[in-house]
Ligand binder design. Structure first.
Ligand SMILES: C[S@@+](CC[C@H](N)C(=O)[O-])C[C@H]1O[C@@H](n2cnc3c(N)ncnc32)[C@H](O)[C@@H]1O
Ligand code: SF4
Ligand code: SF4
Length: 370
């Protein structure tokens, strides 16, 4: 019930606040001069609250780096105050591993109180059994837990024995405290785990949590240079079977996905996995802002360099600046290394009429989380 009301509220806020920009962005994909009428008004700010990581994932470099810096509680609180004046609807905590922070509960509480936004966290789940109750008590709205296969495969990819068990244990605690909390399991689809996905989806379904997939990326600064030998799916038949399976799940068990997957999104995934990079205008810069552990600001893109720093300028000032506007246009034109971040949003906006038709049939498609 509460979830339904929240969804309605979000839809209303979205339509009132961003409908004009959404339509203009779509039109700009056909007639670019219209881009100058679109405002960069982020609805989501994601903060890298730590660079530390307790995992050893073979797909990611974060754990290999020696963290240079970590934001203090006070610095993050200052960011919340700056976010407040922007009318942001979603604040996310990512890392590194955000649950490594002992003040994570305090951060969630303050984020909600100061910004009024909904708050989510992306975690590897290793510390979830210890932290689950705190997250709930402090009012977290959405938890995404990364699991990369059934136990044996997950251990190979994540590099930590019992990662799978701990993540599942944490999810069970969250679910036992609240049946309404949005919980998602995120899996990066790889050669070693693609065939296990139906079993993993079944497990998620039984745990009453959603499941979603990431597409392997090597462009974001913390994924660059990872060794992808043996990770790419080189067999087209396996890819087709996987995508066809997702179509089937969409139909038969629509509750598995937080938002039903439109054919546009699934076909993008099929092409991407087959190494065909479909050309899309990237619209992420118009919706998301990222902050890293050095107070650098990114225009919703971890693959391009930062566009400002909060030690030198305010968040609003950066977002309203000419350089920011130029950057989001550059992103729109795909003058970038390209990546799979936010591809659902870009796919949907580049194909707005068919997305709208799909969403009319199934309002669940309107997706608000990361
Ligand atoms: C960088 S992690 C940060 C949050 C947390 N440490 C975690 O693992 O969930 C964010 C997400 O990126 C996913 N990921 C890791 N390596 C990736 C890669 N090379 N391409 C795409 N997604 C990746 C992770 O599985 C996780 O779901
Ligand atoms: S994906 Fe997450 S858990 Fe894995 S190394 Fe990267 S930051 Fe750490
Ligand atoms: S597609 Fe390009 S501009 Fe968009 S987020 Fe990825 S790297 Fe950045």
């Amino acid at each position: 019930m509460k979830e339904k009301e929240n969804k309605k509220k979000s839809l209303k806020r979205f339509l009132l606040g961003r409908a004009k920009d959404v339509v203009l962005l779509y039109l700009a994909t056909h007639y670019r001069p219209l881009l100058k009428f679109v405002s960069s008004k982020p609805s989501e700010v994601s903060i890298k609250v730590t660079q530390r990581c307790n995992s050893r994932c073979i797909t990611c470099n974060e754990w290999k780096e020696k963290p240079e810096n970590e934001l203090t509680t006070k610095e993050i609180e200052d960011i919340f105050h700056q976010i407040k004046s922007l009318g942001v609807e979603i604040v996310g905590f990512t890392g590194g591993e955000p649950l490594l922070r002992n003040d994570i509960g305090e951060l969630i509480e303050k984020a909600k109180k100061i910004t009024g936004a909904r708050v989510y966290i992306i975690t590897n789940g290793i510390l979830l059994p210890e932290r689950a109750k705190t997250l709930m008590e402090k009012g977290i709205d959405y938890v995404s837990v990364s699991i990369d296969g059934l136990p044996e495969t997950d251990t190979k990819i994540r590099g930590i024995p019992r990662h799978y068990d701990r993540a599942i244990e944490g999810i069970k605690i969250l679910r036992s405290v609240s049946k309404d909390l949005k919980i998602n399991v995120g899996t990066t689809v790889l050669k070693p785990n693609i065939k296990e996905i139906p079993q993993l989806v079944e497990i998620c379904h039984n745990l009453k949590v959603n499941w979603f997939f990431n597409l392997l990326d090597t462009s974001l600064y913390f994924f660059q240079g990872v060794n992808i030998d043996g990770l790419l799916i080189d067999d087209e038949k396996t890819i087709d079977e996987f995508i066809d399976y997702l179509y089937l799940i969409n139909k038969e068990k629509p509750d598995v996905f937080m938002s039903n997957m439109s054919p546009i999104v699934l076909e993008f995934a099929r092409d991407y996995l087959k190494n065909k990079k479909p050309k899309l205008n990237c619209v992420i810069g118009y919706f998301r802002v990222f902050v890293d552990s050095n107070l650098n600001i990114y225009s919703g893109c971890w693959a391009l360099p930062p566009i400002g720093n909060l030690k030198e300028e305010g968040l609003k000032e950066i977002i309203k600046s000419k350089k920011y506007k130029e950057r989001v246009k550059k992103m729109f034109d795909l003058k970038c290394p390209t990546c799979t971040c936010g591809y659902i949003l870009s796919c949907s906006l580049n194909n707005l009429p068919s997305t709208a038709l799909f969403a009319l049939k199934d309002p669940k498609f309107v997706r608000f989380e990361h």
